[in-house]
Write a protein that binds this ligand. Structure first.
Ligand code: 3PG
Length: 395
């Protein structure tokens, strides 16, 4: 994949696809990680003297121009961060947009309105892609978080613009989630959590080819416990996927990959997720009694997992160990976050909830790399091609 370093875009109108799909609160950006991650590419283009035309989606407005999905708050946040004005345009296609963009001087920046205000975006409609491309000459894709979508702004536009290259963020994401896990410094330990085995089985399968140790936490571990013939009480599990779990356990044995499940769990009664409260709580080793719901890993598991992480030269983490949004159930997830932050090895946080947990625990500046992708990171770790990257290669 060609990168922004392979081309000189001075003086050109460059359409830059970013993933500015960020959470908003009271009309302002409440988590700016994705904006911060996009800065190196934007600054590079500005310094090179390109005319920078940023575009992105925000949320899922489904082809309707809904003001709550406007990218205007992102333009403001970006202007503040860059110390330079970002001209916000009220649309992403059309004559007015073209006229405004034509006024840009070298090194100036515009941000187009949400591309998902048109259905043609998610449909990867060729007419919409052509209309979007009309304001620019060259194309840079730096939207790693959206690279698993074959949409007009991530794929279709590449038919109309040249050159088409990736930005620094996509380059870095591919390096950490790709090369550094394909040819890792060993021992390579993977920690996977989250609710469902069915969501993560392809990732587990792919990582069984690469890792020395795989640690399983989160509700997913209860399906593995069922596969081992243990009782899980009222814990969230997927009885339909016991065979899936058995298959992974079998494959781990064949490959000589150490596969660790929690040695103990915190279980509770009367969990109220909305209120963030639990009733009685108790630790169980092995079986969890009827009437109890597993919500976190226990202290023995924390010690066991900590030792593995401390011995690793590369650690990849994806998915929380428990319901970390509730204070009473967050100890396991935060203990893992802390251990990863303290490790001397390369630490890669594979997106989504684990990034949220690292941020909440305050250790985000101590890890080597945090992915900006949710679904995109998972699909890439599964070994799937990312349409947003493939389109660049084929352009
Ligand atoms: C994400 O947040 O995962 C990306 O921005 C993609 O968003 P989507 O799932 O709505 O396509």
């Amino acid at each position: 994949t060609k990168t922004i370093k392979d081309v000189n875009l001075a003086g050109q109108r460059v359409l830059v696809r970013c993933d500015f799909n960020v959470p908003l609160k009271d009309g302002a950006v409440s988590d700016d990680s994705r904006i911060v991650a996009a800065l190196p590419t934007i600054k590079h283009l500005v310094e090179q003297g390109a005319k920078v035309i940023l575009c992105s989606h925000l949320g899922r407005p489904k082809g309707e121009k809904k003001p709550e999905f406007s990218l205007a708050p992102v333009a403001k946040d970006l202007s503040d961060k860059l110390g330079q004005s970002v001209h916000f345009l009220n649309d992403c296609i059309g004559e007015e947009v073209e006229a405004e963009v034509a006024k840009l001087k070298d090194g100036e920046i515009a941000l187009l309105e949400n591309v998902r205000f048109y259905e043609g975006e998610t449909d990867n409609d060729s007419e919409f892609a052509a209309a979007l491309a009309k304001c620019a000459e060259a194309y840079v894709n730096d939207a790693f978080g959206t690279a698993h979508r074959a949409h007009a702004s991530t794929a279709g536009v590449t038919k109309h613009l040249s050159p088409c290259v990736c930005g620094f963020l996509i380059e870095k994401e591919l390096a950490y989630l790709g090369d550094k896990t394909a040819n890792p410094e060993r021992p390579f330990t993977v920690i996977l959590g989250g609710a469902k085995v069915s969501d993560k089985i392809k990732v587990i399968d792919a990582l069984l080819e690469k890792a020395d140790t795989i640690i399983i936490g989160g509700a997913m571990a209860y399906t593995f416990a069922l596969a081992e013939g243990r009782k899980v009480g009222e814990s969230l599990s997927e009885p339909d996927h016991i065979d899936t779990a058995k298959f992974a356990l079998e494959k781990a044995k064949e490959k000589g990959v150490k596969f660790l499940l929690p040695a103990d769990n915190l279980a509770v009664k009367d969990l109220d997720f909305g209120a963030g409260t639990v009733g009685e709580s108790k630790y169980f080793e092995g079986n969890i009694d009827d009437g109890w719901e597993g919500v976190d890993i226990g202290p023995k598991s924390i010690e066991l997992f900590k030792a593995e992480v401390a011995a690793a030269k590369t650690v990849l983490w994806n998915g929380p160990m428990g319901i970390f949004e509730i204070d009473a159930c967050n100890k396991g997830t935060f203990a893992i976050a802390e251990t990863i932050a303290e490790s001397d090895g390369i630490s890669i946080i594979g997106g989504g909830d684990s990034v949220k947990a690292i941020n909440m625990s305050g250790y985000s500046d101590k890890v080597t790399f945090m992915s900006t992708g949710g679904g995109a990171s998972l699909e890439f770790l599964e070994g799937k091609e990312l349409p947003g990257v493939t389109a660049l290669d084929q352009a």
